[in-house]
Design a binder for this molecule. Structure first.
Ligand SMILES: [Zn+2]
Length: 320
């Protein structure tokens, strides 16, 4: 069943999804390290624009099936894991943690105005954005996840960003760990900029394809995340794409979230091909690995962030 989904719903990458340029092999023998999905993938680099992309990539239908089966909100509520996570996110401890760990989700940014959270899932970030002064709206294709966010009082549109025509333009559009999942990243960026007012901001976070942890963990680097991560961005490429989409004043920071580090460490320790890595969802082992990994590697992570080799790109750009 898993193999069928992957094989039937894929397309071989013959040309770059961003610019149509020729592709050459960059990384081979990559596997899903989270859910145990069968399939072998590679990452190919465009000779023209430098974008690295997963191949074979799922087609739109295949990707939707994969999300419905494994990834997006599956109705998990009220478990020990989700309750612990919710309590932590609402706490002062989380604010303190972001100071230490870096903010890859824009949860520490305060402000005002209309904010669109693209790919809002069940609305975890919507609550935080509202608490920080914004008037957040969500965009979420999973009806189950959207229903949970709506039950918490938020407006959530269950439609594609490309088809979304808001009555009033937004002050902020957020693509937090979303862009790398898109089969058409250029169009996604253009659409996100389209729903902004002139002078509005786009906030993007995504893995950094130049991360030193990619070199450290190799195939176990959590941010390959095949077949769900389609594109693997560098800071310079993302900046160029934002300029083309009509942005200026582009600020790029880098952070190396402990959760990502812990995920890579646990995959390196426990991954077995074709099996889910359950340790990634262990409510004791996972936070413990986060804490130990971060404390032990803190100086290296800090230097890597400063040298442009951090694990996560955090980008803020303004619409012209
Ligand atoms: Zn290209």
């Amino acid at each position: 069943m898993l193999g069928t989904v992957t094989e039937a719903g894929t397309r071989d990458q013959a040309a770059c999804i961003h610019c149509g340029g020729a592709l050459a092999d960059s990384e081979s023998e990559l596997f899903d390290t989270r859910f145990g999905i069968d399939g072998r993938y590679e990452v190919r680099r465009c000779a023209t624009c430098g974008l690295e992309q997963t191949s074979p990539a799922p087609d739109a239908e295949g990707l939707q099936t994969l999300y419905e089966t494994y990834y997006n909100f599956g109705g998990e509520q009220g478990t020990f894991y989700t309750k612990t996570r919710e309590r932590f996110l609402a706490s002062f401890l989380y604010r303190l943690w972001m100071q230490f760990d870096g903010d890859a989700s824009f949860h520490s940014r305060k402000g005002s105005g209309r904010l669109l959270d693209i790919g809002c899932n069940e609305g975890r970030s919507l609550k935080i954005f509202a608490g920080n002064g914004f008037q957040p709206t969500g965009l979420e294709l999973s009806e189950r996840a959207a229903a949970v966010a709506r039950a918490n009082g938020f407006t959530v549109h269950a439609r594609e960003l490309g088809e979304y025509q808001p009555a009033t333009l937004y002050d902020v559009a957020v693509l937090s760990n979303v862009l790398e999942h898109s089969l058409a990243p250029r169009q996604m960026l253009e659409s996100a900029v389209r729903v902004l007012k002139p002078g509005g901001e786009i906030w993007i976070s995504c893995p950094n394809s130049r991360s030193w942890l990619r070199s450290v963990f190799g195939r176990c680097w959590i941010n390959w995340h095949v077949p769900f991560h389609i594109s693997h961005f560098s800071a310079s490429l993302l900046e160029r794409m934002l300029v083309c989409a009509g942005c200026h004043r582009i600020k790029v920071r880098q952070v190396s979230p402990a959760a990502w580090l812990a995920s890579s460490m646990l995959v390196a320790a426990f991954f077995s091909r074709g099996k889910p890595t359950w340790q990634l969802r262990n409510p004791i082992l996972f936070p413990l690995t986060m804490l130990i990994g971060k404390l032990l590697l803190f100086p290296f992570l800090w230097v890597a962030n400063k040298l442009g080799r951090g694990d996560c790109l955090v980008v803020v750009a303004t619409k012209i």
